[in-house]
Design a protein around this ligand. Structure first.
Ligand SMILES: [Zn+2]
Length: 53
């Protein structure tokens, strides 16, 4: 995979990781902040945005 800043932003901009089971999922960041997004696996609200350099 080639890493471009723009592509990285697009790929990881709306991707969140569950803190409990570390499942990645796409979600709207605004909804995640409001707590409307639950983890698919464990239904946890503890999601963190993915930011890898
Ligand atoms: Zn989870």
């Amino acid at each position: 995979m080639v890493k471009f800043p723009e592509a990285t932003k697009r790929l990881f901009g709306n991707v969140f990781v569950c803190r409990k089971c570390k499942t990645k999922m796409k979600a709207d960041s605004a909804k995640v902040r409001k707590g409307k997004i639950l983890c698919k696996k464990c239904n946890s609200k503890a999601l963190r945005p993915v930011r890898k350099k």
